[in-house]
Design a protein around this ligand. Structure first.
Ligand SMILES: NC(=O)c1ccc[n+]([C@@H]2O[C@H](COP(=O)([O-])OP(=O)(O)OC[C@H]3O[C@@H](n4cnc5c(N)ncnc54)[C@H](OP(=O)(O)O)[C@@H]3O)[C@@H](O)[C@H]2O)c1
Length: 311
């Protein structure tokens, strides 16, 4: 089968299109014919070799942590009726990924794919949707009527974070540059701060109950945002570590997204019901994955970028 893989760590040029052996599903696994995978910022960090401690890989490695596709075979101890199902999953990060015609995945991580979107676009959901879910629900505890600042809302995680926070009944303030403002508004943001015109800390006039930080920011900038959070609120960060303010019972929570099939099913259901939307801003063929990594590293991607294997 065709796959993109890297045999050494390095810049995007280490990604090479290769003919590799089709994987075989072992006990507990499903074999998926891949429709699409995505680009996530972590893919570039893994490829560059800066996350070897967190994600010890066996090289050569096939990247791609999100998958949408169709189950074509299952291993022992997996329900055979899964064969033929359209599925999505957030794959184990140290295993071979979905930048390939086929990938194996633990069957207990799969969720049925959403109905209203093309199967290849559905790859945009798993890791970014789960990050939003875990940030807002597991870490923050966002509730109806609360005020939530989503800092860095124009990216892949941001759109889901806005949509989910609105679904939870929150008032959402989002930071976005002009290229993302329409998408952020469409996702449901009540207020938009153009961070290219005014620093978010200056634009934020009223306190918020929760900050979901999706931007690589300085510890000082993050502490300044935390100081705008109401007592007993929370600062939740996917990037720069969040520091609590114990004197006011403001929690500091760091997200390390994990695969969770039930949460993914909940997200699919929200997509099926039109509560959540996908913000797929670009689609590339598998062979162009090196260019996608280069664009991502230069900050030239917004929303979710999907890498199509079979449409
Ligand atoms: N810890 C975890 O488990 C975990 C999980 C998922 C993601 N993450 C991390 O979370 C971050 C967000 O992920 P993502 O997938 O959404 O990234 P992404 O798609 O690459 O986000 C890019 C967006 O960031 C926005 N941005 C850049 N600088 C900004 C600034 N100074 N202020 C406000 N927005 C800014 C840009 O928005 P505009 O288009 O509006 O300019 C851009 O569209 C990444 O650093 C990622 O590595 C961590």
């Amino acid at each position: 089968m065709k796959a993109i893989r890297f045999t050494t760590y390095g810049d995007p040029s280490v990604l090479e299109l290769a003919e590799v052996q089709k994987p075989i599903p072992h006990s507990g696994e499903a074999l998926i014919r891949v429709a699409a995978t995505t680009f996530n910022p972590v893919d570039a960090a893994i490829r560059a070799g800066v996350l070897q401690q967190q994600f010890p890989l066996t090289l050569p490695h096939i990247p791609g942590i999100d998958v949408s596709g169709v189950v074509t075979a299952v291993g022992a101890d997996v329900d055979r009726s899964l064969v033929g199902s359209s599925v999505v999953a957030f794959l184990p990060m140290a295993a071979n990924g979905a930048a390939a015609e086929y990938v194996t995945a633990p069957a207990n991580l799969l969720a049925t794919a959403p109905v209203p979107v093309p199967l290849s676009d559905a790859a945009a959901l798993p890791s970014s949707g789960l990050t939003a879910w875990q940030a807002l629900i597991d870490h923050a505890g966002v509730y109806a009527g609360s005020r939530v600042l989503v800092n860095g809302a124009g990216g892949g995680v941001g759109g889901f974070t806005i949509g989910l926070a609105k679904h939870l009944g929150a008032h959402v303030i989002a930071t976005a540059s002009p290229r993302s403002s329409d998408a952020v508004r469409a996702a449901g943001a009540d207020e938009i701060i153009d961070y290219t015109r005014i620093p978010v800390i200056d634009a934020l006039t009223e306190p918020v109950d929760f900050v979901v930080n999706l931007v690589r920011t300085s510890p000082a900038e993050l502490a300044a945002l935390r100081d705008r959070i109401t007592d007993r609120g929370a600062l939740v960060s996917t990037t720069t570590p969040a520091v609590a303010d114990a004197s006011r019972n403001v929690r500091g929570e760091n997200v390390f997204v994990r695969s969770d099939a039930q949460q993914l099913r909940n997200l699919v259901s929200l997509l099926d019901r039109g509560v959540l939307r996908l913000d797929v801003s670009a689609r590339y063929p598998l062979a162009e994955l090196p260019q996608v990594h280069a664009l991502g590293e230069r900050g030239q991607l917004r929303g979710k970028t999907v890498v199509q294997i079979a449409v």
